[in-house]
Design a protein around this ligand. Structure first.
Ligand SMILES: [Zn+2]
Length: 444
């Protein structure tokens, strides 16, 4: 009788999952057997009974631990066992001021999903943790299921061995169908990805893996949402221009940028050339918000528009060590001591687009273009002023508070986001000219 009181909701849950085609008495008897005779967990028992009668365990809703693949939007109470892939903090505006929330991705062998913890006080989530989440709820956003941890959610840390680890550069063998993704969705730790993309470039390189020589085919893939570097650890016969469909890829961060890897466990199919947008159509650099770049953990060939708010120390005319290229301080290299340095020009700027800030590093050629003078002219100018800082000051006058557009690879590390700028322009927005043009248009 006691069992009936406790198990009643689970019996009804199983019955519901089976569409009522098995009697509750029968289910109750089977559940009793699994729990008391076979001594399996309630979770396993419920799944086993549903499977045995031809149902889908994903239809269970009460107290059953779901896999990421089994998540459906609009579930008011869901339990999961998952590994935390990423943890980010953010302040959001509320009626009473602001509050901190935590968000990121979680995953298991079947896929990954975004999560948001709305009350993270006392919740200690760390990247790589295996956690049991109970009483979360799900929602749909842009076609994918999100896990929300609200007031009722309970999160407990579990033994690491409960879920396969991502080790040795390769996650565990993918199981189940791969998760469809666009380039913009790829983040470190995401596994079992299905991606359709155009190969923009590819080259073979010899590398050593655990002392063994191996050939890796690496390059850049693109779809309409962006570009990503890839490494294929098997020769899939890829060529620039190919339209391909990869199933079973995984994402690791390489030099601060998420990179897609796939190996002999992945399948790569060539698609008809017209199945995807042409290479020219996906070669453009997508404009991205800095907030999104931070959440993604870097990107290949991104474009950012914002206000250049600061020029950091070490900008302008600098001298580099001839041995290691480190920037000298008072003719002294940190490693090689006092040396005769080589002159160079660079700008380390802070660009803010309203969603966040990024350090943008301009090399010699770009800095010469911005200043409209060569490094030799800068040296002469510094000699005349008897101050190396005049170049930096001129750059500050020229650039600070200007709207700029910068394009390049964005890396992410503990110090934040950094773009090595490939091309840049100062957006000379003439407000009066724009207003005049608009009036003329209105007047016809
Ligand atoms: Zn040096």
């Amino acid at each position: 009788m006691e069992m009936k009181d406790e198990m009643g909701p689970h019996v009804r849950d199983i019955s519901r999952a089976l569409g009522g085609k098995v009697s509750e008495d029968e289910i109750e008897r089977e559940l009793g057997n699994y729990l008391n005779v076979y001594r399996v967990s309630l979770d396993t028992a419920k799944r086993s009974i549903v499977k045995k009668h031809g149902g889908n365990p994903a239809d269970l809703s009460l107290g059953v631990t779901k896999t990421v693949r089994e998540l459906v939007p609009g579930d008011p109470s869901v339990s999961l066992l998952a590994r935390i892939v990423s943890v980010n903090e953010k302040e959001i505006a509320t009626e009473g001021g602001s509050k901190g929330i935590v968000y990121g991705f979680l995953g298991d062998a079947t896929g990954t999903a975004p999560y948001t913890a709305w009350n993270p006080e006392g919740l200690e989530l760390a990247k790589g943790d295996v956690v049991r989440i109970q009483n979360a709820y799900t929602k749909e956003f842009k076609g994918r299921v999100e896990v929300h941890l609200g007031n009722r959610a309970v999160v407990t840390k579990e033994d690491d061995a409960l879920l396969p680890a991502v080790e040795g550069g390769r996650p565990s063998a993918p199981s189940g169908p791969a998760t469809p993704a666009k380039v913009v969705d790829l983040r470190e730790g995401v596994s079992n990805v299905s991606l359709r993309a155009r190969v923009l470039s590819v080259e073979a390189r010899e590398v050593k893996v655990s002392g063994e020589p191996k050939t890796v085919h690496s390059g850049v893939l693109a779809d309409e949402t962006g570009k990503v570097q890839f490494s294929a650890w098997k020769d899939f016969g890829l060529a620039a221009g190919d339209a391909i469909h990869i199933e079973g890829g995984y994402v690791k961060s390489w030099r601060g940028i998420p990179q897609l890897s796939f190996d002999d466990r992945a399948s790569v199919a060539k698609l008809a050339a017209e199945a995807l947008p042409a290479a020219e159509a996906v070669s453009a650099s997508p404009r991205m918000w800095i907030e999104d770049l931070a959440e993604r953990g870097g990107a290949v060939d991104a474009t950012v528009r914002g206000i250049l708010i600061d020029i950091k120390d070490g900008s302008g005319l600098v001298y580099r060590c001839p041995e290691c290229r480190r920037v000298l301080r008072k003719n002294v290299c940190r490693i090689h001591g006092e040396v005769q340095g080589n002159a160079d020009l660079r700008v380390k700027a802070v660009v803010d687009d309203g969603s966040g800030a990024i350090t943008a590093v301009f090399g010699k050629e770009l800095t010469e273009l911005l200043l409209e003078k060569t490094v030799e002219e800068c040296i002469a100018q510094a000699k005349e002023a008897m101050d190396q800082e005049v170049v930096r000051d001129e750059l500050a006058d020229l650039l600070i508070a200007q709207p700029v557009e910068v394009r390049g690879n964005v890396t992410s590390d503990d110090y934040g986001l950094m773009m090595i700028v490939d091309s840049a322009r100062v957006l000379k927005v003439d407000v009066q000219e724009e207003a005049r043009a608009m009036l003329e248009e209105l007047e016809g």
